[in-house]
Design a protein around this ligand. Sequence first.
Ligand code: AMP
Ligand code: GLY
Length: 420
Amino acid sequence: MNILILGGGGREHALAWAVKQNPKTDRLIVAPGNAGIARLAETAALDILDGAAVVAFCADNAIDFVIVGPEAPLAAGVADATRAAGILTFGPSAAAARLEASKAFTKEICDACGAPTAGYARFTEAEPARAYIRAKGAPLVVKADGLAAGKGVIMGMTEAEALAGIDEIFGGAFGEAGAEVVIEEFMAGEEASFFILSDGETALPFGTAQDHKRVGDGDTGPNTGGMGAYSPAPILSEALQEQVMADIVRPTIAEMARRGTPYQGVLYAGLMIQDGRARLVEYNCRFGDPECQVLMLRLGAQALDHLLACAEGRLAEARVTWAEDHALTVVMAAQGYPGAYRKGSAIGGLDALPEDSRHMVFHAGTAVQDGQITAAGGRVLNVTARADSLRAAQEAAYRMVDAIDWPEGFCRRDIGWRAL
Ligand code: AMP
Ligand code: GLY
């Protein structure tokens, strides 16, 4: 079949890598793709937020299956457009993608289905929000309701920080995404990511991972999109996964179906775990980035079969085969990230690295200039390895990192520390 993947980051490189290995794949196009993706698939310039343009592209290229990578096209209704045109699509409708696009909506769903999450209040004006913060006292978490590229969450460890968050959001720092504010109880504990495929009715666990959000070693410095990940996350034991499926995921899927907006795609549950119980921090309507990279390295070719079963409503018969393995990815970023950084620096040493079912450098933000791979984003490379133990996967990933010649890049040296 002919497959179109929308997106151009490390997540989409990993999806393309897995899809490409499945014999069902005839032609693979990734739009817009990046320099790494271009080595294994066709890439195409396409406005992936424009549903009509995506539908026209599919018709021109006889596309049989569309896989949507990032949240922005989902929130913009691109999966609605392709499905309406009769094209098999992996990814939720805009109505179902509200589980990521509106934090207030997610809270409403949790209330309706009894899923455990942080206590909260919603505000559309600053003064009542300030009064609530003074009455409750810190710590509190202040969030812009809408999509803010991961930046709309302010940890109010003191009352002053929480109040400053109100000024920032209602002051317009996040535009329309900040028209409403959600103030949450602070949850202590350890975070983990749980991925579930849902065809609207059946929910299938699709792997666990742990991300590293802070830029610096020892979880210090500002938040980022994620500086590294590993899978599986040992804290999400089989028993805990079953608790999360029973208390959080299946009730959410049932509530979305009951409302006439069934959830079809991957549901990413961000969890906070304390004393052996999990509560929901947030939902995302797509794979995590860089969590997808470790999941795909572990799943390989079977990933496409499961994404197809999800899109075709056949998850009840799907079985995921996991090896007793571990994967770990180290994000290499441009110096300055998550603040200002320079584009265009040359990256050497990539050609000498192994590329096989246990070692892959997924490209997140790269370009080619005069035949040379260059940095074209903040997060640039995802150096990923798989092995029989997490320690061995970590050693293999850092061996690859150390062979890359990119003086203007940096990475954390401690990815995996929680589980090791
Ligand atoms: P979100 O965008 O909602 O995932 O929030 C970003 C990050 O903020 C999460 O990954 C957590 O580390 C943290 N966070 C969000 N909400 C809470 C909460 N209620 N309690 C503690 N930490 C939180
Ligand atoms: N790595 C976190 C995310 O994709 O949201």
